[in-house]
Design a binder for this molecule. Structure first.
Ligand code: AMP
Length: 280
C-alpha cells in the first residue's frame, strides 16, 4: 500500500493510474477507522476498483467553533494497518497545511439540501464537507467514491454537488454498519462512557420501532411519531437535537411516514452528538 502526504504527488500518481486504464475508487474518511469505514473499502473492491485510495483527514473546515476538532480521535498507525489489511492500495494522510494554504479563500457551497437537519444545527458544516470533497475529487479524480448511509444528508449533498459541478464521479452508498448492540459505528463512540453507550441504544431502538409499526399499518403521522421518539429518547437520558422524517431525495419533511421515507435522529448522549437514520 502506498502512502501519500502531498496532494500533488497523489494527483500525479492517480493520473498515471487512470491513463493506464485502471479503475480508481476513493474512500474519504476522517480516520480512527472502524468496521463501518472498512465496509466502504470492501464495497470499492466489490465494485471492481483496481486502485482504492483511502483519505484520512480530520477536516478543520467542517467543524464549527466549540465542536470537537481538537479532540477528535486520531490514530494514523492503526488506520494504516487497517487500510492495508482491508485491501486499500493507497492511503492519503495530508496535514491541514497541505490541504489549506494560509490564504485559501475558495469554498464550495450547496444551498438547498444542506440547509436542514445537520446543516441547520451545524452552520458551515456542509460548506466544509463540500470543499474538502471537491478538493479530494480533484486530487484523485476517481471513477467512483464510496460513502456510508450513516451520513444520509451528506450523501445527498455530495450527489448534488457532483451533479451540479459536473465532477463526473459515481457516488456509491454502503449500508450502515452497527455494533452487535445495534449502535451505529462511529469514531465518536469512543467518547461514550458505558452508561452513555447503553443509553445511546435507544436511538436505533426508536428507528426500528417506527419501521416495525409502518410495516404493520402502512403509514403513520410524522408529527406524532417525531414527538413520541423525542419522548422515548429523553426517557433514556438522551437529548434529541432533531428527529425528522423526510423525503429520501429532496430531504423535505413529510407528513406521513411510509415506505421510502427516511427517518433521521441526532441526539446527545452526555456531551457526544450521535446521528443515525433508517430508510423505511
Ligand atoms: P467519517 O470518518 O465519520 O467522516 O466517515 C467517513 C465515511 O465512512 C463516511 O462516508 C461515513 O458515512 C462512513 N461511515 C461512518 N460510519 C459508518 C458506519 N457505521 N457504517 C457505514 N459507513 C459509515
Amino acid at each position: 500500500m502506498l502512502t501519500f502526504n502531498d496532494p500533488a504527488k497523489l494527483q500525479q500518481w492517480a493520473r498515471l493510474r487512470r491513463m493506464k486504464g485502471e479503475k480508481i475508487a476513493l474512500v474519504p474518511t476522517m480516520g480512527y477507522l472502524h468496521e463501518g469505514h472498512l465496509s466502504l473499502i470492501a464495497a470499492a473492491k466489490k465494485k471492481g476498483a483496481k486502485q482504492i485510495v483511502v483519505s484520512v483527514f480530520v477536516n478543520p473546515v467542517q467543524f464549527g467553533p466549540g465542536e470537537d476538532y481538537e479532540k477528535y480521535p486520531r490514530d494514523e498507525k492503526a488506520d494504516f494497518a487497517k487500510c492495508r489489511k482491508a485491501g486499500a492500495t493507497a492511503i492519503f494522510l495530508p496535514s491541514p497545511r497541505m490541504m489549506y494554504m494560509d490564504d485559501h479563500s475558495v469554498y464550495v457551497n450547496e444551498e438547498s439540501l444542506s440547509t436542514g437537519l445537520c446543516g441547520a444545527r451545524r452552520p458551515g458544516h456542509f460548506r466544509g464537507v463540500c470543499t474538502v470533497l471537491a478538493k479530494l475529487f480533484n486530487i484523485v479524480n476517481p471513477h467512483f467514491a464510496v460513502f456510508g448511509q450513516k451520513d444520509y444528508q451528506q450523501v445527498q449533498v455530495v450527489k448534488r454537488m457532483v451533479r451540479d459541478l459536473n465532477f463526473g464521479i459515481e457516488i456509491a452508498v454502503a449500508p450502515i454498519v452497527r455494533e452487535e448492540s445495534g449502535l451505529a459505528m462511529s469514531s465518536r463512540n469512543t467518547y461514550l462512557s458505558p452508561v452513555e453507550q447503553q443509553n445511546a441504544l435507544a436511538i436505533y431502538g426508536a428507528l426500528k420501532m417506527v419501521r416495525a409499526k409502518v410495516r404493520k399499518v402502512g403509514k403513520l403521522p410524522a408529527a406524532t411519531v417525531r414527538r413520541q421518539i423525542a419522548q422515548f429518547l429523553a426517557k433514556n437520558s438522551l437529548k434529541p437535537d432533531y428527529v425528522e422524517a423526510v423525503d429520501a431525495e429532496t430531504l423535505q419533511p413529510v407528513e406521513a411516514i411510509k415506505k421510502g421515507v427516511v427517518v433521521l435522529i441526532a441526539a446527545y448522549s452526555g456531551k457526544t452528538r450521535l446521528i443515525d437514520n433508517i430508510i423505511i
